[in-house]
Design a protein. Structure first.
Length: 319
């Protein structure tokens, strides 16, 4: 699937394993490459092009390839894409890029964009990102309406999940700020029991939306309509999307599990003041006159890739 048509534009293949979180990272990066460098974006579903292990190890392209223009960059996210990326790493001088820490040696490919909490050794072909790249974009200004958004995750390997604790914190916030209107959404990991209890909160001032009812642009639209957002810390992607939007963001409290790199990364966001603890709810719910974006990693990563590999296209975009 192509998102561009200019024959002289840099062609970029985005290799996806079709998992929503990985697609979101690729979408965010691809959008910025299109805006900044006029990139012609093409999506490739890696499961449609199975690769034998020997081809991945030797860098031999699969027998069947997408009938797409020759790429300048091939960018992959998700372990399900790694064999195809490695097999294509010598494909007609295209540069190969992986998002997140891979299981293979990084020097096998041209570049890697890796969250800082993964503790990878820095190198000239490695860009350390603050949290996870995402498709959120900074808002030009915040709404003045008292609209709050709550994004609820579920059990994970990074935080000690407690249904009652999350529900109690949400109920407390609603009681403390009775003039606010709330939109609450769950995720794929949210237990059914939690969603059932969240649904009981439905009222003229509370809307509960199942993730099954949302679409790719739903979160961006909802963030644009919100003046505050509360997120459970188990999903770093949701946390980073909220921060990127520029909407004041707070974390509902869950105890981090020992040794979790993701929990460490979330704690770093707290230390930088990019998000607030639940106990500091007033700092999130009080209207902030000055709006300043502090985190937009898709944009930073796109500019880095352009400088590394697409310098001649740097001024082709719309910014």
């Amino acid at each position: 699937m192509s998102q561009g048509s200019d024959a002289s534009a840099p062609v970029i293949w985005l290799l996806t394993d079709n998992k929503p979180g990985h697609k979101n990272q690729l979408r965010g990066l691809g959008n910025r490459l299109r805006v900044l460098a006029g990139a012609d974006i093409h999506w490739v579903s890696a499961p449609d092009y199975p690769v034998a292990l020997w081809r991945a190890l030797l860098g031999v392209a699969p027998a069947s390839l997408p009938t797409l223009p020759q790429p300048a960059l091939i960018i992959a996210a998700g372990t399900g894409t790694h064999r195809l990326l490695l097999a294509l790493r010598r494909h007609k001088q295209a540069k190969s890029v992986v998002l997140m820490k891979p299981a293979f040696p990084i020097h096998w490919i041209d570049a890697a964009l890796i969250p800082a909490h993964d503790n990878v050794k820095p190198g000239r072909n490695v860009l350390m990102t603050e949290g996870v790249i995402n498709a959120a974009t900074p808002l030009a200004r915040l709404t003045s309406k008292p609209e709050a958004l709550a994004l609820i995750g579920g059990p994970s390997a990074h935080f000690d999940w407690h249904d009652d604790a999350i529900l109690a914190q949400l109920s407390d916030l609603m009681a403390r700020y009775p003039d606010w209107r709330w939109t609450i959404s769950d995720s794929r990991r949210t237990p059914d029991t939690v969603f059932e209890k969240l649904s009981e909160l439905q009222s003229p001032k509370v809307s509960v939306v199942s993730h099954h009812q949302t679409h790719d642009s739903w979160l961006n639209h909802q963030l644009a309509a919100s003046r505050a957002v509360w997120v459970t810390p188990d999903s770093q992607s949701m946390v980073c999307e909220a921060i990127t939007s520029g909407v004041p963001t707070g974390l509902l409290e869950l105890a981090p599990l020992k040794g979790s790199r993701v929990a460490k990364g979330v704690e770093h966001l707290l230390q930088r003041g990019l998000v607030a603890h639940w106990a500091d709810h007033a700092s999130v719910m009080t209207h902030q006159a000055e709006h300043q974006t502090k985190l937009w990693e898709a944009d930073r990563a796109a500019r880095w890739l352009i400088k590394q590999f697409l310098a001649k296209h740097q001024n082709r975009g719309r910014e």
